[in-house]
Design a protein. Sequence first.
Length: 338
Amino acid sequence: MRRKILVTGGAGYIGSHTCVELLAADYDVVVIDNFSNSKPAVLDRIAAIAGRAISWHEGDLRDRALLQRLFSQHHFAGVLHCAGVKSIPEAQQFPLKYYQHNLEASLTLLDVMSQHGVHKLVFSSSATVYGEAARLPYREESPLAPNTVYGRSKMMVEELLHDLVQADDSWHIGILRYFNPVGAHPSGLIGEDPNGQVNNLMPHLCRVAIGRQDALSVFGHDYPTPDGTGVRDYLHVVDVAEGHVKALQHISAENGLITLNLGMGRGYSVLEMVRAFEQVCGNHIPVRFVARRQGDLASYYADASRAADILGWRAKRGLLEMCADAWRWQSNNPDGYL
């Protein structure tokens, strides 16, 4: 019998690619998603890639009654917790929303898991938990001092998980601090299709390349970086998804808590990303420089050696593959999941 995994936020960008990798690893998958930043159509696309369907439920993780029904109906071997809201600018405007959706929802999920004896969890955290003063590359033991509401909401969940493991050694928990996932599944069937305001670089690149935007707004060009634009550790979303599966397999055999960075281990500037995308799409990407955004750092990238040592995980897909897969997704789906 296949082990059954609950994926929260399983219709989202990270969650959907993780579902594909779970199915490929012979797990059964149940998704819960409120579709606030995703669309139900992605679930059919996941089934098409995997060759088998997944069970899914629409709902909010703060709905305790819904979670109780789910855990009563299914025998889960573990949970991959990918759900959450993630816009740094929006979080600064609406902190209550971010603490409700990222912290309160996690508290409710963990409480229901505990009641039903499900003690295996992989949590999607973020590199934004690190402080600006931390030395590069960021290591798991680097100081945590997030300068945004979003980063603080993730750090609070991490602290909660540490307290939980200290109090109860039956928990098996993996915290994954990943950096900047980009790209799409190589089939071109699933990719990044955010609802509402778009804040990540790659969807904007795709929209400019396909003609839905006239130019790419670059936030700041006077950072202390080689070309003045922000440097980030971009890695392929499929590598991130594979990291979730490897972390789940690891914690299934080991109790306690482990925290791991997922990243390429090097940074790319915004203008490097633009040039790489132009190379794969064959179109010129006009750029418009605008003011820096609050909370943005000049540069950050990971030391991901611990994930390599413990999980045998490394980011395998390079920059041109990230851009090519993102462009294939955008070209095949000019209007996203419609």
